[in-house]
Write a protein that binds this ligand. Structure first.
Ligand SMILES: Nc1ncnc2c1ncn2[C@@H]1O[C@H](COP(=O)(O)OP(=O)(O)OP(=O)(O)O)[C@@H](O)[C@H]1O
Length: 307
């Protein structure tokens, strides 16, 4: 029997219903018919503009709310059927989130030691024959921080990049197998973004950690990920190998995202390069993408596009 994918999303839908001032309900289709799967140790980028549904997708996988329909499976088991508290704890351990703001996710009144000690103890992650101190040192070394210099510091004594490394260390401390990294570098200095991406790449390659990498930045996705899903309006409009999507995007919306990236070595249609009023042109592309009811269909070589 073949091993199931580490993560599978099968026709996932999520609609938020908001009450407007006049009492009428407004429905926001945040996820529409989202399907993909990820093998252990693979990374998938979810890319799109603000509001396209990327974070909702990440939070759904982390089990932070109930989806309306469809199924999310981790190692073949639907997360919605985790009934016992032990099953829920185990899912929560395996799937960890790292957020955009590296400061907000750390408690400013506690040291790095406190942030890592608790998960290591709670999830019994201190290997036999090692002390808690050994495990703390190993966890910090795993994210390329100097353990002795870092352990007793408070979050405000660390740079943004170091804090994001602590957030990754915290995920490692519980034994995360899938890390959902939601814009993990967008609040960091440009100069250190690449080093955090490289660290995630190393964790993927050396530890077999699976990544769902949420980003606005289609151009950086291929450093870390094998595949990219371009999202718009809660739907996947294009899916395929990340380097191919960057070099030769097929969907007009993917081209639009890439056309704003300086120096992207991308085949963009003449329309995109010569549009006189680019923002009007961009709106036309968004409207056409929103209006299309075409299904996501294979266009060959592992690529899919909504026509
Ligand atoms: N808790 C919520 N209640 C109501 N609407 C929500 C909620 N969370 C998200 N939305 C709406 O769902 C849609 C998708 O939002 P989501 O945050 O998933 O997009 P995103 O692509 O991650 O955007 P960003 O990059 O800005 O985070 C948006 O229209 C958003 O306003």
């Amino acid at each position: 029997m073949s091993t199931p994918a580490f993560l599978t999303l099968d026709q996932v839908h999520k609609t938020y219903t908001l009450k407007t001032m006049f009492g009428a309900a407004k429905h926001i289709h945040a996820l529409r018919d989202i399907s993909f799967s990820l093998q252990k140790g693979e990374a998938l980028a979810l890319v799109g503009e603000s509001g396209s549904g990327k974070s909702t997708c990440g939070r759904a996988v982390a089990g932070m709310f109930q989806i309306d329909s469809g199924e999310i499976r981790v190692e073949g088991k639907p997360i919605a059927t985790a009934h016992s508290s032990q099953e829920k704890r185990e899912n929560a351990r395996k799937v960890q989130m790292v957020f955009q703001d590296p400061f907000a996710s750390l408690n400013p009144t506690h040291t790095v030691r406190h942030h890592l000690e608790r998960p290591l103890k709670l999830h019994k992650r201190v290997p036999e024959g090692q002390t808690l101190e050994d495990a703390l040192f190993r966890t910090l070394a795993d994210v390329e921080l100097d353990p002795a210099a870092t352990l007793d510091k408070f979050p405000h004594e660390l740079s943004g990049g170091q804090r994001q490394r602590i957030n990754l260390a915290r995920a490692l401390a519980v034994g995360a197998e899938l890390i959902i990294a939601d814009e993990p570098t967008s609040m960091l200095d440009v100069s250190i973004r690449r080093s955090i991406l490289n660290l995630m790449k190393r964790l993927k390659e050396e530890r077999g950690i699976t990544f769902l990498y949420i980003t606005h930045d289609l151009a950086t996705a291929h450093y870390l990920t094998e595949n990219t899903a371009v999202m718009f309006g809660g739907r996947i409009v294009e899916f395929g190998p990340s380097d191919q999507i960057v070099r030769a995007p097929q969907h007009d919306y993917s081209k639009l995202l890439l056309s704003s990236v300086p120096n992207a070595r991308t085949k963009i249609d003449a329309d995109f390069e010569h549009a006189r009023d680019f923002s009007k042109f961009a709106d036309q592309v968004r409207q056409a993408t929103a209006a299309s009811a075409a299904p996501l269909a294979s266009i060959g070589e592992g690529r899919m596009m909504r026509g």
